[in-house]
Design a protein around this ligand. Structure first.
Ligand code: SF4
Length: 350
């Protein structure tokens, strides 16, 4: 049989001789996997990888930690939280610091665990710290729905839920190509990514295995030199154009869009989710009249710039010195999905 031999993803990447390209790993899990799988070592020198805001713990503003500390110490509620949040510095202290002062804090692995905990401890006022993107928000909504169905009175949710599409739009121009997070797009679908092409924004959705990531990079390096904005779904076994209809319906039935503050990015209109009025009884801020707190970030920390791709973790003056996973100065060094923790773990100093 004649015809041109099809090049493998690896060959396309290795033989790239096109122009320099800045690719934003929007999602922290991609940052970690690309390091862990050794993909950085095989990318050509024209490819620059920059981190983005796709780590929910990292983009949660410091005031949220302050609110949680206030609830635990002043209102004596029991906080149910994912473990990542425990050591994120607040203005005065982290949740771990509050715990050492007697705060009651339970580590949970899902919002449903928090609901189950509240149901099993009716004597405890229980607050779930709902930090997350579209990947975890449906489960938080389910927990609230279950709590209402069961008539639970001791359960509420401190929302910091965020949605990625508005963040993509606000990051326009900060990279040549976005590596979109496969798990977020599995829920949201790719229509908003497709729409961004008309605004000149290129991107590909990528999965998380070596093969899926290499395919995504090969597609970028094949398309970028052509000079036209593009979008390709390189994770079609999981991601569709319409996303998860049931997941989106569940979120829309319990939560509604609101303006949200992102660490480093400021307030992005309609990029957050808050409980609908019908679920106000489960809204922690309303239930406890949580005051508006003005947080203060450590001035040495450059997480805000890291999350916008303006600064590499290794360019932060305290990276690996004053700031390590054991003694984090900022959220990006704490979270499993944080760029600083990835650079520290895998020795990325470029
Ligand atoms: Fe913040 Fe530490 Fe990262 Fe610097 S190294 S940006 S202080 S988390």
């Amino acid at each position: 049989m004649g015809g041109t031999k099809k090049r493998t993803a690896l060959e396309i990447i290795r033989r790239y001789d096109g122009p320099p390209v800045r690719i934003m790993e929007v999602c922290g899990t991609h940052t970690h996997e690309i390091f862990r799988l050794g993909i950085r070592q095989i990318l050509p020198p024209q490819v620059e990888l920059i981190s983005g805001p796709g780590c929910p713990v990292c983009v949660t503003p410091i005031e949220y930690i302050d609110e949680a500390v206030w609830l635990a110490l002043e209102k004596k509620v029991t906080l149910c939280t994912f473990g990542d949040l425990l050591r994120v510095p607040g203005t005065e202290m982290s949740l771990a610091g509050a715990r050492s002062l007697g705060a009651d804090i339970e580590i949970v692995y899902s919002p449903i665990d928090a609901y189950t905990y509240a149901a099993a401890h009716p004597e405890k006022e229980t607050v779930f710290l709902a930090v997350g993107f579209e990947t975890t928000t449906p489960a938080a909504c389910l927990a609230v729905k279950q709590a209402r169905a069961a008539g639970l009175k001791n359960f509420s949710v401190l929302t910091a839920n965020k949605t990625m599409p508005m963040a993509y739009a606000s990051l326009k121009g900060s990279a040549d190509v976005f590596l979109y997070p496969g798990h977020v797009e599995a829920v949201m679908g790719t229509e908003h990514c497709e729409a961004l092409v008309a605004e000149g924004v290129s991107g590909v959705v990528a999965g998380f295995t070596a093969k899926e990531l290499l395919t995504a990079f090969a597609v970028i390096l094949a398309k970028y030199p052509l000079g036209k904005p593009f979008f390709v779904n390189c994770y079609p076994r999981v991601v569709t154009s319409e996303g998860s209809i049931s997941g989106k319906e569940l979120m829309a039935s319990v939560m509604e869009p609101c303006d949200a503050e992102w660490r480093g990015l400021g307030v992005i209109p309609l990029s957050g989710l808050t409980l609908r009025p019908a679920y106000a009884a489960y809204d922690t801020r309303k239930k406890y009249a949580v005051p508006r707190l003005k947080g203060k970030v450590n001035p040495l920390c450059r997480c805000g710039e890291v999350l916008q791709g303006k600064c590499k973790p290794s360019q932060c003056g305290v990276f690996g010195k004053g700031c390590t996973p054991d003694h984090p100065v900022g959220a990006c060094m704490v979270s499993q999905e944080g760029a600083c923790s990835a650079y520290y773990q895998y020795g990325g100093m470029e």
